[in-house]
Design a protein around this ligand. Structure first.
Ligand code: URA
Length: 230
């Protein structure tokens, strides 16, 4: 790959910026200053430095994050900050996508990946990957077994859809675990409305085989391998 393309992809600047950096001897490949921005490099093998900073690179990265309330799983909203703002410089140079979004007030496990295939495998309803939520309700939980069968709800476009049927495990009169394979807009909240209740606290605690670790603080994240999830 060309050096200028590689560094521009990692948001070190535009290709013409990289050209200027080269002219100013700011870029080294394997310890040697590089004058030409079109030098071909091997990102997996070469050590690249920009102004003394060693460039961190991997072809694909997947992270798990413990989402705090008040952040959104998107980049376009003026009201709330994006979860991506919590990434430090090492990771914010990469283009992460969310493997399933959580509402602004929902907490817990979010997977972010630079790999579109990973996102698809986790979010595609056809893959039947369970996502488990801890749910706290306003009213005493009744008729929760209704959620285990397909029910009719509205999605984000107010079109009707039929759920696939959830796994429900009641914890107490006001708490349950709900596992679903889909991720429609406000799905868990709407499922609880279906049984005449209201969610007061929602936290995703598991995606596939990956559980939210108890020692991962809110707002913190770490790299995971795909074997952790699938
Ligand atoms: N279901 C919801 O209602 N909200 C979420 O954030 C996730 C699932």
């Amino acid at each position: 790959m060309r050096l200028d393309k590689f560094l521009a992809n990692l948001k070190y600047g535009s290709r013409s910026d990289i050209k200027k950096f080269c002219k100013k001897n700011m870029i080294k490949v394997n310890g040697v200053s590089v004058k030409n921005a079109d030098t071909v490099i091997n990102p997996d093998a070469d050590l690249i430095e920009v102004d003394g900073e060693v460039v961190f690179y991997k072809e694909h990265i997947t992270l798990m994050m413990n989402k705090p309330a008040g952040y959104i799983c998107s980049t376009v909203d003026e009201k709330y900050p994006s979860l991506l703002n919590l990434l430090d410089r090492k990771y914010s140079r990469f283009d992460f996508k969310f493997a399933g979004r959580l509402d602004v007030d929902t907490l817990g496990l979010v997977i972010l990946s630079t790999d579109g295939e990973v996102i698809h495998k986790i979010t595609s309803p056809n893959k039947d990957m369970y996502k488990t939520y801890y749910v706290k309700t306003k009213c005493k939980i009744e008729n929760e077994m209704l959620l285990e069968s397909p029910i009719k709800l509205l999605d984000g476009n107010n079109s009707e859809y039929i759920t696939k049927g959830a796994k429900v495990a009641k914890i107490s009169d006001f708490e349950l675990y709900l596992s679903i394979t889909e991720g429609k807009f406000h799905q868990v909240k709407r499922m609880l409305e279906y049984i005449d209740n209201e969610v007061v606290l929602l936290k995703r605690i598991k995606i596939g085989n990956l559980s939210l670790p108890s020692d991962l603080e809110e707002g913190k994240y770490k790299e995971i391998s795909l074997n952790d999830v699938f």
